[in-house]
Design a protein around this ligand. Structure first.
Ligand SMILES: [Zn+2]
Length: 315
């Protein structure tokens, strides 16, 4: 174990510019004190048994000890590393703080970019039908959703394109280059979920795992970085805004924001998120996500999330 201090130099405000955050190394990973994180955001720090809560008037952050799942302002977020206790202090991974928490809580921590050209990526297509439910195939729902989302985004003034606009097969490896050649500012991939347990339902949103961190469904960190890692901070804020908006708008079960190594996210040429809008393997949810009314609500919510993301460029 090593104990240290690091200066947060990212913050533009003079008060924060000189803020000293204590750090400690545990098992080769750098952690910061949640007590200091609380001070940094002018929040109260309340360690309880197995849970540490940071709160201020409008915001509440719940960190469970030794669990990667946390709640940020009511939204479920899967951290790369579980918060833990060092001596008597609750600590969180410095990577999670810098790449996930800070960009979500503070617009100034998100690198600025133009948000005008949006490439949608309706999953699957053609012979690749994706998940198969009792009533619908995934490729049909993602294409219908992409068309609705295109309309909504164009009403906001965005320029929109899609990796496919009909029922054709598009290789996974071709999707990110399509976005790159078109000079996309954002990449939004649309999918439906499927699992053997029919009771499982809800919405989850993925971003690419930062270099040296594990995916949500893995414990071994990925060592090599990828193209998508250039946008780790933007990815976090984008996933957060889109996910929060969709969960709130349709009242879906919040399965959380998660990290993955999906090809389209790894090779994305711009900030990117992949949303799984619901489970084809759950009878009720399949009916809902197959309905025009529900797809329209999801499309409106994703568009609203993108607008919120663009607003964070001005914070
Ligand atoms: Zn899919």
């Amino acid at each position: 174990m090593a104990f240290g201090l690091f200066l947060l130099l990212l913050a533009p405000s003079p008060a924060r510019a000189a803020f000293k955050m204590r750090s400690v190394t545990v098992n080769g990973q750098t952690y910061v004190f949640l007590r200091d994180v609380a001070t940094y955001y002018a929040m109260r720090y309340a360690p309880q048994k197995g849970l540490t809560v940071l709160s201020s008037g409008r915001s509440r952050l719940d960190f469970t000890i030794d669990k990667r799942e946390c709640a940020l302002c009511g939204v479920t977020v899967h951290l790369s590393f579980a918060p833990t206790v060092w001596q008597t202090e609750t600590v969180m991974s410095e990577r999670d703080f810098l790449l996930l928490l800070d960009p979500i809580l503070r617009g100034a921590a998100v690198p600025k970019q133009k948000v005008s050209r949006i490439m949608l990526d309706p999953g699957h297509g053609g012979r690749d039908v994706g998940g198969i439910g009792k009533l619908y195939q995934e490729k049909t729902i993602t294409l219908a959703l992409s068309r609705r989302l295109t309309e909504k985004l164009e009403k906001y003034g965005y320029v929109v394109n899609a990796t496919r606009t009909s029922d054709v097969e598009v290789d996974l490896e071709r999707r990110a280059p399509l976005a790159e050649n078109w000079r996309a500012d954002l990449f939004i991939s649309l999918h439906c979920n499927l699992t053997e347990a029919s009771e499982v339902k809800g919405v989850e949103t993925f971003l690419v795992a930062p270099e040296g961190t594990p995916s949500t469904y893995s414990n071994s960190p990925k060592v090599k970085s990828c193209s998508g890692n250039r946008f780790d901070k933007q990815n976090s804020r984008l996933a957060y805004e889109v996910h929060r908006s969709v969960v709130a708008a349709v009242g879906a079960r919040d399965r959380g924001i998660k990290h993955a190594q999906f090809a389209v996210l790894r090779s994305a040429p711009c900030p990117a998120a992949l949303i799984e809008i619901g489970f084809l393997s759950n009878r009720d949810e399949e009916k809902r996500i197959g309905s025009a009314d529900h797809q329209d609500k999801i499309a409106a919510a994703i568009a609203a999330g993108i607008v919120k993301y663009r607003q964070s460029m001005n914070e």
